[in-house]
Design a protein around this ligand. Structure first.
Ligand code: ASP
Ligand code: MG
Length: 419
């Protein structure tokens, strides 16, 4: 069997969903289709949540209605008989309305997962109903009932053993060839919905591929494949046809937005190839990530990770940081889920570069009790793999470099963000 994953950009319009129909119709194998929320729905649901948490129910309901109208417009354009789609989503918006009216705005992360996970439930309901209307038999699955995760709300990790039994029982391909399930969501052992981290649908696809022993996993994207740099930022990008799992982990860690960092491990464990394929031209090969390649990457790869913060801490008493403070500091970073992308230390200070997240302030406060803390915001990290002096000067010469690190193969520059 194969796993196909379609991201938010692929399902943002009626035209995109028709393209999914075309791609899925061409597959003769058994198929598990993983779908993200449509377009910017996850962001829109985050706005609904903000109002819900402020207990501004009226405003939360207005924002929810905007989400509903967006989906209804797509349904009316897409379906031959719009009722087929409208009937599929009506009960879901009813559940959301009930939650907003009567739910308790207590723990932010828990409420986030309950509300925001509906983006995927809605999108898959529409895609599944549309395929049925188009005579493509399929079965819709509720991944909240099939993927068991830990209770790390908003960044949950799938528990493979517990999920395996449920997923295999539900997607056994007995009398049914195509399953449609949500990316990004699951639930903990108590059945509370969880989400796997923003852009986490790739991770879902990899988990499904692992648990169902897929021949391959394909992520359909609005790019030709994996490029050596983000074409929105850099000119003259080049397609990389083959990468190893290790290459992919390195790129994802450095901030390449092409695949979610957690995607590789479940695939690597079973040696399942991951294809990144162009949604707009399905006959093109795109890129493949696998255990080994005959053609190592021989062009420089540039990755820009934005909106970072550089935190520098010093023990208050001039003790050497590397000796006993390090584990204390890292425990704080870990507790507040700060994602570290670079570390540099000296005799009396340690600097780490982390994503600017809503947990940052709490972490800084906690660090302040043991350390003198300073920090800079609005930074970006440029990683150049397969580096050379010409590229370095082209990309950094007119920039303010806050910190740099260089090995033979990789150069990393922490830069002030431009405007
Ligand atoms: N819908 C979620 C997000 O936008 C998950 C995903 O797209 O992979 O973050
Ligand atoms: Mg998305």
């Amino acid at each position: 069997m194969k796993v196909y994953k379609f991201g938010g950009a692929s399902v943002k319009s009626a035209e995109g969903i028709r393209n999914i129909l075309r791609i899925v119709s061409g597959v003769e194998d058994n198929l598990f289709v993983v779908v993200s929320a449509m377009g910017k729905t996850t962001n829109a649901m985050e706005v609904v949540l903000e109002h819900f948490m402020k207990t501004d129910k009226a405003e939360a309901l207005i924002k929810l209605q905007e989400v509903e109208l967006y989906h209804e417009d797509i349904i009316r354009e897409l379906f031959l008989k719009p009722e087929n789609g409208l009937n599929a989503v009506k009960p879901l918006f009813h559940e959301l309305t009930t939650y907003i009216n009567y739910g308790l705005a207590d723990d932010y992360d828990r409420c986030y997962d309950f509300l925001v996970s509906y983006g995927e439930v809605i999108s898959t309901s529409i895609v599944s109903a549309f395929l049925v209307e188009s005579n493509i038999e399929n079965r819709w699955l509720d991944m909240r009932k099939l993927l068991v995760t830990d209770s790390n709300f908003r960044e949950a990790n799938v528990r493979m053993d517990e999920s395996s039994f449920r997923l295999k029982a539900a997607a056994n391909f007995d009398g049914n060839r195509i399953y449609i399930g949500q990316g990004f969501i699951g639930s903990n052992i108590n059945g509370d919905p969880t989400t796997l981290g923003r852009e986490g649908s790739d991770y879902t696809a990899a988990v499904v591929g692992n648990l169902l022993d897929a021949d391959s996993v394909s992520i359909w994207k609005d790019v030709p494949g994996i490029l050596n740099a983000d074409p929105r930022i850099f000119e003259n990008t080049i397609l990389i046809p083959e990468l190893t799992y290790l290459d992919a982990v390195e790129l994802a860690f450095s901030g390449a937005q092409i695949i979610h960092p957690k995607t590789i491990k479940p695939l690597e464990n079973k040696g399942i190839p991951l294809y990144v394929r162009p949604f707009g031209s399905p006959s093109e090969a795109g890129s493949v990530i696998k255990a080994t390649t005959a053609n190592p990457i021989d062009i420089p790869v540039l990755i820009l990770r934005k909106n970072l913060v550089l935190i520098t801490i010093r023990p208050r008493d001039f003790s050497f940081v590397l000796e006993d403070s390090l584990s204390k500091a890292f425990a704080v970073f870990n507790k507040h889920r700060l994602k570290i992308s670079l570390i540099q230390s000296s005799a009396i200070s340690i600097s780490v570069c982390v994503d600017n997240s809503r947990y940052l302030k709490a972490a800084l406060d906690e660090l302040s009790s043991d350390f003198r803390v300073s920090y800079n915001t609005d930074l970006e990290l440029l990683t150049i793999r397969g580096t050379n002096d010409r590229i370095i000067s082209e990309t950094t010469s007119d920039r303010t470099i806050m910190l740099s690190q260089r090995t033979r193969r990789i150069a990393r520059f922490l830069l002030k963000m431009e405007n």
